[in-house]
Design a binder for this molecule. Structure first.
Ligand SMILES: Cc1cc2nc3c(=O)[nH]c(=O)nc-3n(C[C@H](O)[C@H](O)[C@H](O)COP(=O)(O)OP(=O)(O)OC[C@H]3O[C@@H](n4cnc5c(N)ncnc54)[C@H](O)[C@@H]3O)c2cc1C
Length: 243
């Protein structure tokens, strides 16, 4: 983290940039994390503060309907009460919980392009079984069964982790387990559906490739697979994976 906030007598001054922030160009307030002489702190930054800008990132091939921006902070002056309360420890906990509201985030794919996207796909195949475009041979059936199996396993994992969270027993490495599995499987299901449809699968007539493309973003912004694997590996071995 290279963004820095410096405390002067009566204010904070922040300098730095952050790529890839959803809705950054339309938000009224940005939550910005920065290094300070007292450790990492979180700041509430009204986006009309002089020195703040959020240019839109264009030419995306994935999640094209969603606005993604770069946050640029050049000598942004903030009052002392713009710091998130609770000291550095709480700020970090807030940051981690912000990236890991697991129940909500694992359900997001359900609502959109992810697991239930897969489920819609499976239902869609069923509904279209009279459709001449859908291959009639038996091979898609094992695929559909496997997809349904992974879909249900993903639901159960999300449900289990959501219950642990409700019970205040959820650990961050378990969040990584859920995200690693469910996003990876959602993407795999969408790709498999694309393959079952053959050449039709790359057309706009069927939305599966659009879902797969959007899930490529989810695979990154929910934390990349490699980083989740490092988190899980560290929890299993006790060895620092991030050195
Ligand atoms: C559409 C979109 C919207 C986003 N919205 C937000 C948002 O609103 N807020 C926000 O905070 N972020 C957001 N992000 C950013 C996202 O969280 C980051 O892109 C993500 O954390 C990955 O960081 P990076 O892009 O810098 O990749 P990098 O960290 O540079 O990683 C590149 C590759 O290297 C691998 N890698 C990195 N470190 C290691 C390691 N130690 N060992 C092995 N492999 C490693 C990664 O797994 C990945 O494959 C968004 C991203 C996208 C695509």
């Amino acid at each position: 983290m290279r963004t820095r906030a410096k405390r002067t007598v009566d204010e904070w001054v922040i300098n730095g940039t952050k790529m890839w922030i959803t809705n950054g160009s339309v938000a009224d307030i940005a939550i910005v994390w920065a290094q300070t002489d007292e450790g990492i702190k979180g700041f509430l930054v009204p986006t009309d503060t002089p020195g703040f800008s959020a240019p839109k990132i264009s030419k995306k091939l994935s999640l094209r309907a969603s606005i993604t921006s770069e946050l640029v902070l050049e000598d942004v002056h903030l009052p002392p009460d713009s710091v998130l309360p609770g000291g550095n420890r709480s700020a970090w906990a807030a940051l981690l919980s912000q990236r890991g509201p697991l129940r909500h985030r694992l359900r997001c794919p359900r609502r959109g392009a992810g697991l239930s996207g897969g489920s819609d796909r499976v239902r869609g195949f069923r509904a279209r079984s009279s459709n001449a475009h859908l291959p009639r041979f038996s091979s898609p059936r094992p695929s559909l069964a496997d997809m349904t199996l992974e879909l249900q396993k993903g639901f159960l994992l999300a449900l289990h982790l959501g219950r642990l969270k409700d019970d205040h027993r959820l650990q961050s490495q378990q969040v990584s387990l859920g995200k690693l599995n469910n996003v990876r499987e959602a993407l795999s299901i969408a790709r498999e559906c694309r393959a079952i449809l053959g050449a039709n699968g790359i057309t706009l007539e069927y939305p599966v490739l659009r879902h797969a493309n959007n899930l490529e973003s989810v695979l990154t912004y929910e934390g990349t697979s490699e980083v989740h694997q490092l988190v899980i590996g560290q929890a299993l071995t006790g060895e620092n994976a991030f050195g």
